[in-house]
Design a protein around this ligand. Sequence first.
Ligand SMILES: Cc1cc2nc3c(=O)[nH]c(=O)nc-3n(C[C@H](O)[C@H](O)[C@H](O)COP(=O)(O)OP(=O)(O)OC[C@H]3O[C@@H](n4cnc5c(N)ncnc54)[C@H](O)[C@@H]3O)c2cc1C
Length: 472
Amino acid sequence: MAGEPHAIVIGSGPNGLSAAIVLARAGWKVTVFEAERTIGGGVRSAELTLPGFSHDVCSAVHPFAVGSPFMRTLPLGRHGVEWIEPPAMVAHPFDDGTAGIVERSIDRTAAALGRDRAAYEKMFGSIARDWPLIETSVLGPLRWPRHPFALAAFGMQALQSAQSVARSAFVGETARALFAGIAAHGMLPLDRRPTAAFALVLGTMAHVAGWVLPRGGAQRLTDALVAHLESLGGEVVADHRVTSLDDLPPARAVLCDLSPQPFVRIAGDRLPPSYRRRLERFRYGMGVFKADWALDGPIPWRAAACTRAATVHVGGTFDEIIRSEEQAWSGPPAERPFVLLVQPTLFDPSRAPAGKHTAWAYCHVPNGSTTNMLPRIEAQIERFAPGFRDRVLARATMSPADIEGRNANFVGGDIGSGATDLRQFFARPTWKGYTTPVRGVYLCSASTPPGVGVHGMCGYFAAKRALADLTS
Ligand SMILES: Cc1cc2nc3c(=O)[nH]c(=O)nc-3n(C[C@H](O)[C@H](O)[C@H](O)COP(=O)(O)OP(=O)(O)OC[C@H]3O[C@@H](n4cnc5c(N)ncnc54)[C@H](O)[C@@H]3O)c2cc1C
């Protein structure tokens, strides 16, 4: 390495790369150290099943990336990112062969919801209208908002539980189940606050940004972030696990794309005991059991509308989803788990040999669970797509331990880098947010505000904090 870098970023997830880009844009020389042999953290693709079948190892659907106020400023298209928007955003099949659909248009989504039409239009219409005013507050740290009234209107609903908002706003099963399915991305029991926030934010993103996929897979997004960083003079060193902050070359700033547990492992001795204790009390949430399939043909959904969306929420009724998420928190894992499924090759044939397909799915399980959920996930898909199993050419699975083994941030398989319960919604991972008591050392992972998702906003705000502290 020539000369001394001014800034070091530990971890090459989307937040680490975003922090690196903000610093490099400010004229700093930046080196990113990545523990794994492949770059990208939660945004990677690989041939997990058979040669020629490319699977997203972690993130697959990227409304936050296109909707991110920071990522929108990056020349991702110039570096090869092409977003594919499926005709519908989410499909949610039911046992009677019908499906609820979230369309890009609020009106068209609401029009199919019968008696809940007006309630859906009112709920998502008002948030979508205010979104440009509140997006940086919602996707950022707690601070005084520029548009307090718009944010307050959103916050009053968002801080409720998804269960209570769905029950009070909607009367029909379709709207309630759609709402619960989207809220379940938050990985908390749906009777807890603030699970409504996930449904409202992700639901709004379906209408204002789109639940899109990068052509060729998630790795393309990482590759573009790296190419942009390199064009600004930064570098990424893969296969380089940082085991102690003391081993790093001298740098003015160190930004850690780490959740609290791996951060304490490398910084523990330098942290004041009270701060260290607070990090050790940080709570990881439910884990994930994931499966990927190489398929001989598309998934044979009974509800044909399911082929219009890349994302399919496979969980049946509102009550079933509530039960499944409760069991994923308290155990034992559900017999009929709520399954989040993505079928990318319907819209992006480049990811599989001609005429073949892939599918990606996971369900939530208690943190660190060792239960093999593959039979239950496949039974849920088969329930709504009879004949699915006959199309399977090969399958690969990842237990919570495998997920943590591929990325130290996802402790116990918690892909959210920490539970987003009410306390950790505001104090993430502590009230200090990005700042640590060690001068020049910052946290920039999804364990800081605004949390889980591929938006780079944690990295953006952490790097801005570092620049404000260290260049004033
Ligand atoms: C199965 C799965 C599905 C998901 N689906 C979606 C989705 O569809 N859409 C979405 O928006 N989000 C999704 N997510 C969540 C998303 O991937 C994460 O929120 C996001 O990657 C967090 O980014 P990050 O930069 O904070 O950290 P990470 O992506 O976790 O990256 C951290 C990096 O730090 C590295 N690291 C750790 N310790 C060290 C060390 N000591 N030295 C050097 N490097 C180290 C890790 O190897 C890793 O590369 C999914 C995640 C998983 C696992």
